[in-house]
Design a protein around this ligand. Structure first.
Ligand SMILES: [Zn+2]
Ligand SMILES: [Zn+2]
Length: 347
């Protein structure tokens, strides 16, 4: 007999409704979990606005790619009923040259959108069925809510590793969202001597000030920001992280970084044409590095970072909602004035 579950379904532009939908079947190599927590991600907003996922449009769609749960059907996998697991949303092939060299985030099949909750149904639902290959057992020390934040933390972790950060480096973060704030926290732990945040307004800064990982806060709108940042960092930052995906934020990184320094670009833009003053990079030999998602090894390391108490991602959570409030969550995330930093849904 067909079983049904509650799911928050994207059924049109800017519209999510909680509906009763069939529980998916467990196929070969798949497991079913009862979803415990699912982080609401800024990258979901684009789908919410357009009313559809990134794959073929088959009507109603379930987003949600930052999630954990309890195994209720292990299928033919190594998992047992009752295991707590977190899913890595990256649908990498495991066969191509990139995957074989340990760079699963660059898998030839992934193309920036081949993730659970982007091209196939995700976890804003009571149950989720997916490949056992993408599931990882959670240590007891990692709470459900913390596991719902592994996704932004892995992005921050990969970016800090890519930057080549060394002890005593001065670090600038441009972008006050959760990934920017997590980069600041990890840079501090990794031995940065000065960690600074450039922001456009104060709406999301309250939590950052409370947590206290940043030494300096710059106003991105200040016409003298270049001089102010150069003075405050005594000649420029060694590393600047761009975590917005906009021309002005990249320009702010160029204003802050020292000659020969490194700019790591994490923010990605829906508009692919971002203006950039080439000579500011060429004539000062700035290293520009792109950074996306993380490797499979870094995903496992991110779980360890939380389990070992290096970072507690729960401190970035501003709201925990039931499925019924997911529509409200997106309205808040899309607002220009709401101070929300991270929402986690518990179906
Ligand atoms: Zn995400
Ligand atoms: Zn691959």
């Amino acid at each position: 007999m067909q079983k049904f579950m509650k799911a928050a379904v994207l059924d049109g532009p800017r519209h999510i409704a909680v509906k009763s939908v069939p529980v998916p079947e467990v196929g070969e190599g798949e497991i079913m979990i009862r979803v415990s927590a699912c982080g609401v991600c800024g990258s979901d907003i684009h789908m919410w606005k357009t009313g559809r996922g990134w794959g073929e449009d088959r009507g109603d769609f379930i987003m949600g790619h930052e999630f954990c749960g309890v195994v209720v059907d292990p299928g033919d996998s190594r998992f047992a009923i009752g295991d707590r697991v977190v899913f890595w949303a990256n649908l990498y092939c495991g066969q191509c040259d990139m995957c074989r060299s340990g760079q699963e985030q660059l898998c030839r099949d992934v193309n920036g959108t081949n993730y659970i909750g982007f091209v196939c149904n995700g976890a804003y639902a009571e149950y989720f069925v997916g490949k056992a290959l993408n599931a990882y057992k959670l240590p007891d020390a990692v709470s459900d809510v913390a596991a719902g934040l592994i996704d932004p933390l892995m992005v921050a972790w990969h970016a800090v590793i890519k930057s080549g950060l060394r002890l005593r480096d001065r670090v600038l973060v441009v972008g006050d969202g959760i990934i920017g704030q997590m980069i600041g926290a990890l840079a501090r732990k990794a031995g940065a001597s000065v960690v600074a945040l450039s922001k456009i307004n104060d709406r999301r800064i309250a939590r950052a000030r409370e947590i206290g990982d940043f030494d300096l806060y710059f106003d991105g709108n200040d016409p003298d920001r270049a001089q102010i940042m150069q003075d405050a960092s005594e000649g420029g930052f060694d590393i600047a992280f761009e975590v917005v995906g906009a021309a002005d934020a990249l320009s702010a990184c160029m204003d802050g970084v020292k000659p020969g320094g490194t700019v790591v670009m994490i923010g990605n833009s829906i508009n692919p044409d971002v203006r950039f003053e080439l000579n500011r990079a060429v004539l000062r030999e700035i290293r520009l590095i792109g950074s996306v998602s993380c490797t499979e090894k870094e995903f496992r390391e991110t779980i360890d970072l939380i389990a070992q108490g290096v970072i507690d991602p729960e401190k970035y959570v501003t709201d925990i909602f039931p499925l019924e409030k997911l529509q409200h969550a997106f309205e808040r995330l899309a607002s220009e004035t709401d101070p929300v930093l991270k929402i986690v849904v518990r179906p």
